[in-house]
Write a protein that binds this ligand. Sequence first.
Ligand SMILES: Cc1cc2nc3c(=O)[nH]c(=O)nc-3n(C[C@H](O)[C@H](O)[C@H](O)COP(=O)(O)OP(=O)(O)OC[C@H]3O[C@@H](n4cnc5c(N)ncnc54)[C@H](O)[C@@H]3O)c2cc1C
Length: 718
Amino acid sequence: MNAKGVNPLSRINLADLFHTQSYLQLGIITHNPIAALQSMFNQLEQINQKRIHISVLSKSKISSIDPLWQHIAQSSVTELATSLSQQHVANINGCQRMSLNNGQITVDIYQYTDNRTVNDMLADIITPHIRFQHWLLSCDTLSSVNSDHYLQQAIFWQCARLSADHACVSILAMDTPSGVVTHQRVATSDTIEAVHDQDVVPANISKLQLLCRQTGFRFIDELSNDIKHHDNAIELAERQALRQQQLDTYAYNPLPQPNMPPSSVNNSVEEPLTMANRQSIPNHTLNTAQKKIDPNSDTIAIVGGGIASAFLALSLAKRGKKITLYCQDDAIAQGASANKQGAIYPLLTPDNGPLSQFFQQAYLFSRHQIDALLNQGHPISHDFCGVFQTGFDPRSQQRLDKIINAQQWPSNIAVKVNAQQANELTQVDVNKGGFYYPLGGWVCPYELTQAAIKQAMSLTQLELVFNTHVDDVQYIDNQWHVYGSHLSSERKNATQLLGHHSQLVIASGANINQLSQTAALPLTPFRGQVSHIPTQGQLNQLSSVICANGYLTPQHEHSHCVGASYIKHPQDLAFSELEQQQNQQKMAQSFPDSHWPKDIDTHDNQARVGVRMVSRDHFPVMGAMANVAQIQARFEQQRQLPQWQQSPKYWQQNIAPHYQQLYVLGGFGSRGISSAPLVAESLAAMMTGELSPLGMTLQTLLSPNRMWMRKLLKGKAI
Ligand SMILES: Cc1cc2nc3c(=O)[nH]c(=O)nc-3n(C[C@H](O)[C@H](O)[C@H](O)COP(=O)(O)OP(=O)(O)OC[C@H]3O[C@@H](n4cnc5c(N)ncnc54)[C@H](O)[C@@H]3O)c2cc1C
């Protein structure tokens, strides 16, 4: 140890790590995530023009109300560290992704609120393509208090599974900008557990070296300026076996095969991940305007134009991808994403199961993304004024009470409020208790979508092809050929070849299942009419979004949004006077003892109608599009076999047929603002071979083939 108590072993220099690569994926295992991140961020200013992805895993938890997090905000010397500390972090399960500096720096914080360990967190991560190149263990993991938890072979094997063959491990010191070591951890609000460098047990450094040897890592010992090499062929074979084991567990769920130049893949595609089942080219008799095909075309095509497409474009743009967006309208965000004010808040469930965890992760990511776009100067009308939710009949109240009382929700996710508190928060007499989401509020989805597209355009070559309806797509010679018609006010032109692309994403909202390849997606359209009403009477005072049977937003430019109707399989999108009245009545029925609902006046007939696509399990759909015809054909083949009872095993062990390089992104129901940005980020990461913010469990739950696989894996017919 030196005079300041900083362990000289730990001086890892980021610039050194970067000298051969432009994208560095780095893992930090630490007991004090905040101090570890701050140490890294103090160095990050050096990495111009390079991208870095930092995953932080810790058994201890942080949230943005953590005093140390606030300490960084006040004391940071670098702009980057300040922008990191401005992110909202909550004590929730799973990965919280922060995308800083236009995606140049990605930080994933993994934590769990239950008894799961760092090993459990690692086990859910999958890195089929780009792998971790470096792991840092902060010196507090080597203290006598913590070492039993972190210095475990199981953890090192998981890290090894996720790592490139030549990945290294080294120790990270954590210091503040002033040079004072602050390895302090606020364990609870009133106890402080201090872990100092002096607590690093020398024997634990030897143990760490041994673990590295046992799992095939090179250990960087900065004291002797030495990288410890050893012949690790056996350990590398073991890593490979672990990877295969994980892939086998989810074999039925096709993982995207990124299109990336071999040089960008870090010694990572040693094993085949999918049965490269090239699909047959369907017979097609379209009137195609033949174009000369450029076999090197590497643009990604998106069919859409709403919030999902815009955030996918932004996430791909941050990764330097070229994009073509085909949109049937004459501008961005003319479909479901066209509303003036949409509520943003998480969907919680009493068991805080995967759905609830997904929505918390997604909601926080949306907040980060919106904040980032605002900081970049995009005009997005919004007010993070909080959302108050309450029941609207005995059944819904019972359900909400169950959610409120079943868990100890982090206070920046949701807090229980009584009637008086609710009145104070909303500034109107709701006279009911319920749930309050302090980071929620409303945002204009139309402007948000526009902003995401503009930001994407500032980062990459993004071609917007408006007034163009995509009618059909075909996979020919490893390219997706997009056919469609240009729409003009006079007529619909003949279908022609519009372009060909290495990867194709269908994010066309209500039309997502209108192509032959996507027709079987089990999503149901629900019409919604949201009313725009003038602010008057007590409505003027409303200071939070209210959610009951529908939602009501605080005024913006003298108008509120109230609604929306929810009608299955809509016949048309015409304005409905009945739905307009129902929007008012639903609010009045939700708050029978209040006066302010009488101020809701829908007579101006100002409204907007859209369609949401809803899945039965409320998860969006994201990932490689299943080839349902082939799934069905294989199922019929299976049925003929004598060992038909073993069919579930067959489906467990074989990759379900799917279309190469064809992805879907949709089914966001009534929560697109809270969920689309994270799901789009996840898809962009998967398509480019990068680490997804969604673990394998959630990727499987969002997979477009889940509806069929659930049956097949149980041995049932589809
Ligand atoms: C009335 C209403 C109220 C809502 N309120 C909220 C709320 O408060 N909070 C919230 O989070 N969410 C809310 N939602 C849901 C949210 O708006 C949606 O989840 C989200 O907008 C879906 O985005 P998207 O990009 O998937 O679809 P869309 O925004 O519908 O975008 C699809 C795009 O695809 C284009 N397209 C379709 N077919 C083709 C084709 N063949 N060729 C070319 N282009 C095509 C369309 O032009 C459109 O631009 C509401 C929805 C409605 C309808």
